[in-house]
Design a protein around this ligand. Structure first.
Ligand code: IPD
Ligand code: CA
Length: 244
């Protein structure tokens, strides 16, 4: 599929740009509340948009999302850098995330780790891959043996009620991992390192590519409306844990 080739080439080029130009200083531009914006985010965004816009397909990106969003549209959904704070603090969990959606369904997804250069990708009905190897979700079927990957999205209201709900949920699992990059956590669900990913009120661009890859790796996901048009309540896992 030519769009998958383009997405892979674009993600690799974006990772090269970040590693060559921003390896010593990512250029912090603002630190508002729990969010951070950097020159690396903006330049990588421009790099990706320039390449994908040749397809004539609309592009929704974390760095420019002024238009009205409808999940059912045909559109690229991208996050130039997912895990910017990790990159800033040199914690090696961050990625370039590119996906194509149509009619509410992910057509393809590419997650290129910035720190390791591993590339995870999938195309509808084509399976999921890490580099050139096929990947599959885990076969853990008992939630008390499962690893949950989760996080607190930067804009989440951390009321006592929300925190209590969060704690009650995580108690069911054997292990909890919070890595600060939703795309990478989904990549780890797709390759079976983790069993479940769940986050409430996460932006679509943080998870769009990962949901494509989990689903092609044999997993399932649910996507429910969140507190704004770009935010969703997401759960993704192997199918054995779907209703647990
Ligand atoms: C962040 C990561 C993190 C999630 C935050 C996001 P960003 O993405 O995906 O896992 O919990 O809500 O903002 O801002 O580094 O692209
Ligand atoms: Ca981002």
């Amino acid at each position: 599929m030519k769009e998958l080739d383009l997405a892979i080439k674009t993600a690799k080029g974006a990772v090269d740009l970040i590693n060559s130009k921003f390896s010593t200083n990512i250029g912090v531009k603002s630190q508002i509340s729990r969010d951070i914006k950097t020159q690396a985010d903006y330049e990588t965004n421009d790099y990706i948009i320039k390449r994908l816009s040749k397809t004539g397909i609309n592009i929704i990106s974390e760095e420019n999302f002024s238009q009205k969003f409808n999940l059912n549209d045909n559109q690229w959904i991208i996050d130039p850098i997912d895990g910017t704070f990790n990159l800033f603090r040199r914690f090696p969990i961050n990625a370039v995330s590119i996906s194509l959606w149509d009619q509410g369904i992910p057509i393809l997804g590419v997650i290129n780790s910035i720190s390791t250069n591993d590339i995870y990708y999938a195309c509808i009905n084509g399976g999921a891959y890490k580099n050139n190897e096929k990947i599959n979700v885990s076969s853990v079927n008992d939630i008390s043996q499962a690893v949950l990957a989760t996080g607190f999205p930067s804009g989440l209201n951390l009321s006592d009620k929300k925190i209590n709900k969060f704690i009650n949920n995580i108690k069911k699992y054997k292990k909890i991992r919070m890595l600060g990059s939703a795309s990478m956590m989904l990549a780890y669900v797709a390759n079976g390192s983790f069993d479940v990913y769940q986050e409430d009120d996460i932006f679509i661009w943080d998870v769009a590519a990962g949901l494509s890859i989990v689903s092609e790796a044999g997993g399932f996901y649910s996507i429910k409306n969140g507190s704004s048009e770009y935010k969703f309540r997401i759960k993704a896992s192997n199918v054995l844990l779907k209703n647990k």
